[in-house]
Design a protein around this ligand. Structure first.
Ligand code: ZN
Length: 323
């Protein structure tokens, strides 16, 4: 069942898709997501084991805002007298490394955590961060999904609800504006995109926009149709992100190189649009999903975007599902 795969994984961040990487690590070969998730219990353990030993790398941005990578999605931290404000939580087993990375930034206590969406690689650390003092804020769909068993069909996997401490205690529907540590923080719900729980987080004065998993910098994205995501919604979110930024804005993507900008975002958006059109044309011609994958509609983009765990075949299937 294992297929040899030449591309070694080039990033250390883990996410939903990294169950595939765990399979790769464990077997020396490659499992499709469905095959991988047939062994999901063991693989989630593998992900956690891997996250447990991954280093956390801190990138300082502007105005006491940093982005940290190495535990699931890229997560941001604002420091100051009101306490640390985290945008996403990473994976729980990274607690020792995250604790150290946060302490290296400042002595401020952890007081707030904002989840950009419900996925494991962004919210699994909620429980320990709440115990450490963080009030958790999210869009209402994030609270709903974190409170129930969630089946992600494309991974053939059921995620369990978080313990009560990990469930967001303050939720909003479309927008929420906060002022903490002298910074204006604007939370805004996207139309359904990567999921239907995604939000962006804007630090006004610093001109930094965390766009969550609506943008994967330099790698094909996962799209979660099980909780409202779609290719067209993802493209629409990119367009909204382009409208909301300038060339001076620092953009934090959910995955991939964590300090990004508008031109990289535009390149991601243009890649999505081109592949969406190619896949839609093949589907209109009556090709099955497997025939569409075999036609390699992503070929012009694979060298740049396809070297991570969402490979060309999986990304083609995700696009096919939505056109
Ligand atoms: Zn996600």
């Amino acid at each position: 069942m294992n297929h040899p795969r030449e591309n070694p994984l080039s990033r250390r961040a883990f996410c939903l898709c990294c169950v595939g990487s765990a399979a790769f690590t464990a077997t020396g070969g490659w499992l499709t997501p469905r095959e991988a998730f047939a062994e999901a219990r063991g693989l989630v353990s593998l992900i956690k084991d891997s996250a447990a030993v991954s280093p956390i790398v801190t990138h300082k941005l502007r105005n006491n805002i940093s982005v940290l990578e190495g535990s699931g999605g890229n997560f941001a931290v604002l420091t100051g007298p009101d306490g640390k404000v985290l945008i996403d939580a990473g994976i729980g087993v990274s607690r020792p490394q995250i604790t150290k990375a946060l302490a290296d930034l400042s002595a401020d206590p952890i007081t707030h955590l904002i989840n950009t969406h419900w996925h494991f690689d962004h919210a699994d650390g909620n429980t320990w961060l709440n115990a450490a003092g963080a009030k958790i804020i999210a869009q209402e769909n994030t609270r709903k999904y974190l409170s129930e068993v969630q089946r992600v069909e494309d991974w053939d996997y059921n995620f369990l609800p978080l313990p009560s401490g990990g469930i967001p205690s303050e939720v909003f529907v479309s927008e929420l504006n906060l002022t903490l540590n002298g910074a204006s923080i604007a939370l805004k719900h996207y139309e359904p995109a990567h999921t239907d729980s995604d939000i962006s987080v804007r630090f006004g004065e610093a001109d930094i926009l965390h766009v969550a998993d609506t943008f994967w910098n330099g790698v094909y994205p996962f799209i979660d149709y099980s909780t409202g995501g779609s290719i067209d919604g993802t493209i629409a979110a990119c367009d909204a992100n382009l409208v909301a930024t300038t060339d001076a804005t620092i953009i934090i993507p959910g995955h991939g190189q964590p300090v990004s900008n508008r031109s990289e975002l535009k390149e991601f958006r243009d890649m999505l649009v081109a592949i969406r059109e190619s896949v839609a044309t093949l589907k209109k011609q009556g090709r099955s999903r497997d025939e569409t994958v075999a036609a390699k509609p992503t070929a012009p983009f694979d060298a740049k975007w396809g070297s991570w765990v969402i490979d060309s075949g999986l990304f083609t299937r995700l696009v096919y599902e939505g056109v």
